[in-house]
Design a protein around this ligand. Structure first.
Ligand SMILES: [Zn+2]
Length: 693
């Protein structure tokens, strides 16, 4: 693309979308490698055009904000992500380990250039610690005087979700530390499934008629987000410690910190090695890779860190990552198996996607039965698949397994190619082909247009509408949705609110009865009062996840205003990009969607707008909290500020109105001073809330 500004915008929007898919929906569409490629392309463009870097650019923050009803968990020291290096299949000069050599000896660009940054201070052999890169869920644990008090996910690096209740159920997570110093210590690491336990759990689920979990990392994330800790208790999760956030007496070496962790009672990977010099570190990286397939848990690379803390401090940071650490990714695990057939699956929006049905095969410790073929172009033109092909599949991290190619073998050319059906596999309606983007003729979208008559779409839309993050209709699960659709009791969400009139038919459903029917009707009644933002999620407005829904609700304060808003008004909402605004507008311009919203409102769904802030309070003011407040936790202060109409943000920017700082305030305070943002203490903040200042 010739226009770098337009390209930057496209990249920001794409990366934000993939962030949402990864962090909020646990449904990534692209591999880590591909994500990283887009990310680096954006970084390069931004380096050329620093004045045009968008405020919402993903290069400026890590991951995305919390999504569930769990409480926010603030990281006193931000949890940063590591820069990545890759095993090079086609190295330019240094062999597969080129990125590691480059990191130590190269130019001081994104990959570090440790020696050149240290200059004359560089020791003859830099000591490194090499650790397996565990493919789990990043977590921070807080210990006060040796006792476990709380823990939370990484989230956007500054604020994650408090999952203390689930962490307490993890058996190898020490609830009391042996011999740790007094004060506050935060320990970071990964929560993950032991693979044998994961398979055992899947076998038990199948025996109970439940669906298998496909992927250990996603299942670990899903488990940690459960509100009820009894679920986590039954699942074989483990915690591995790898670094510290706050530490009252930090050791001089990373390797000593890991020794401390072991002494305190944490599990630290036994594969960790301290190495003198980068060549020894590369050997250790190879040793870990050689053991990869036999490990009891999943890894996708090795992390190499500079051991001496003094050197780490001298090396500092490259934008958002420490220069002194590199996550080196191995090539994705691949295996060959047979393609038995292709299933064409119809999604909630009618999009038809091909899914390879495979002879079950173990890849990287997990049994894979189906794999993504992405779209027609990939299946037909790129892979040219035929039924019975021997195919190579790969699993990289937590991305859905994919077919990377077919093996050339005799007789193959006699078999016909697999073609897309002309009719919807679910309802028989002719499928429609369209080009989402004129500039990409490869990306044909194939949809079933029969939105309200196609069972797959109707069921998908109803399931989505009733789901926990949407209208949260208790008891309306997959099976019941299927029954309602089959009995012609519901075709679209508004039909749910008319079920009371058809109670006799409802009671007559298999496994239903009077009591269950009444419980369902009660749950549907309760859902009429759900907040506006959940209504937006429930309708399945494209590109609207939880955070965008909240922004819309806050900005427009009513469903009718959102339905009427034009692209310019939508684009003016904070954190909503033009592409998102256009997609939202397209949804609300659709007559069918408008009619459905009107029907929901007529049936009594209120789409309750957020409470308007009371007059004379902190409406429109943004606060950032940092440090330890004298009489209350930051959560309590946050609640008070929000109750008064204020907004609490995780990071200081020019848009911040006030920073509330307590003892041991860190970089946020420095940033506030640098930007000239007013700083106040707890007492002043309370006075402001009370309207006295
Ligand atoms: Zn259909």
């Amino acid at each position: 693309m010739s226009d770098p500004i337009a390209r930057m915008n496209v990249l920001v929007d794409e990366l934000l979308r993939h962030n949402r898919l990864y962090h909020e929906q646990n449904a990534p569409e692209i591999s880590d490698l591909e994500y990283d490629r887009l990310f680096r392309e954006l970084e390069a463009l931004e380096a050329q055009l620093p004045l045009l870097v968008r405020a919402d650019s993903p290069t400026r923050k890590v991951g995305s904000a919390p999504v569930s009803e769990l409480q926010p968990f603030v990281h006193a020291v931000p949890m940063l992500s590591l820069q990545n290096g890759y095993h090079k299949a086609e190295p330019a000069w240094g062999g597969p380990w080129e990125d590691l050599l480059e990191w130590e000896r190269g130019k001081p660009d994104r990959l570090g250039g440790l020696r050149r940054v240290l200059g004359a201070d560089a020791p003859e052999a830099i000591a490194y610690v090499v650790e397996p890169k565990l493919d789990g869920l990043a977590m921070e644990l807080v210990y006060q005087d040796g006792a476990f008090v709380a823990g939370g996910t990484r989230g956007d690096g500054t604020v994650g979700e408090d999952v203390s209740h689930n962490l307490r159920t993890i058996q190898n997570l020490p609830k009391r530390l042996t011999g740790a110093p007094a004060g506050r210590i935060t320990v970071r690491g990964e929560v993950l499934f032991d693979l044998a336990g994961f398979e055992r759990m899947n076998a038990e689920r199948e025996a109970r008629g439940e669906k298998r979990f496909e992927n250990p990392r996603n299942s670990a994330a899903g488990t940690m987000r459960q509100l009820d800790p009894r679920l986590a208790k039954d699942r074989p999760l483990q915690f591995f410690a790898h670094s510290a956030g706050e530490h009252p007496e930090p050791p001089a070496r990373h390797s000593e910190l890991l020794e401390q962790f072991r002494a305190w009672g944490f599990t630290v990977s036994p594969l960790v090695r301290r190495c003198e010099g980068i060549d020894a570190a590369i050997e250790a990286v190879k040793v870990i890779e050689a053991q990869r397939a036999d490990l009891p848990y999943e890894i996708d690379g090795a992390v190499v860190k500079v051991d001496e803390v003094a050197l780490q401090e001298a090396l500092g940071f490259v934008t958002r990552s420490p220069r002194w650490a590199l996550a080196f990714k191995y090539l994705p695990a691949q295996v060959r198996t047979r393609l038995n057939s292709v299933l064409f699956s119809v999604g909630r929006t009618g999009q038809v996607t091909p899914v390879a049905q495979l002879e079950p095969a173990r890849v990287g410790g997990v049994t894979v039965r189906n794999a993504s073929l992405h779209n027609e172009h990939q299946m037909r033109r790129v892979l040219g698949l035929r039924v019975g092909d021997t195919v190579t599949i790969q699993r990289a991290g937590d991305v859905i397994p994919e077919v990377v190619g077919a093996v050339d073998e005799p007789g193959r050319e006699d078999r016909p190619f697999i073609e897309y059906p002309n009719e919807c596999p679910d309802c028989g309606h002719p499928l429609v082909r369209s080009l989402a983007d004129e500039s990409k003729p490869d990306m044909v979208q194939i949809r079933c247009p029969n939105s309200f008559g196609c069972p797959a779409q109707v069921e998908g839309a109803l399931r989505h509408f009733a789901s926990r993050l949407a209208m949260d209709i208790e008891g309306l699960g997959e099976k019941l949705v299927e029954q309602l659709v089959a009995a012609d009791l519901a075709k679209r969400p508004s039909d749910l609110y008319r079920l009371a009139e058809k109670k006799a038919q409802l009671v007559a459903l298999e496994r239903m009865g009077e009591t269950s029917a009444q419980n369902l009707l009660d749950a549907i009644e309760v859902s009429k009062g759900r907040p506006l933002e959940r209504g937006l999620m429930a309708l399945g407005v494209p590109m609207v996840g939880e955070s965008t829904a909240k922004e819309l609700a806050r900005a427009f304060r009513g469903m009718d205003a959102i339905v009427a808003a034009d692209v310019a008004a939508l684009d003016a909402v904070p954190n909503i990009a033009l592409t998102t605004a256009t997609a939202i507008r397209g949804f609300f311009e659709d007559e069918g969607n408008r009619a459905e919203i009107a029907a929901l409102q007529a049936a009594g769904v209120r789409f309750v707008p957020p409470a308007a802030p009371a007059a004379g309070t902190l409406a429109g003011k943004t606060f950032v909290l940092t440090g330890t407040l004298p009489t209350m936790g930051r959560e309590e202060m946050k609640a008070k500020l929000e109750a008064a109409g204020g907004k609490v943000s995780g990071s200081v920017s020019k848009k911040t109105d006030y920073v509330v700082a307590g003892a041991e305030a860190g970089s946020k305070l420095d940033k506030a001073v640098e930007l000239g943002v007013p700083v106040m203490d707890e007492a002043a903040a309370l006075a402001l809330i009370a309207g006295e200042a």
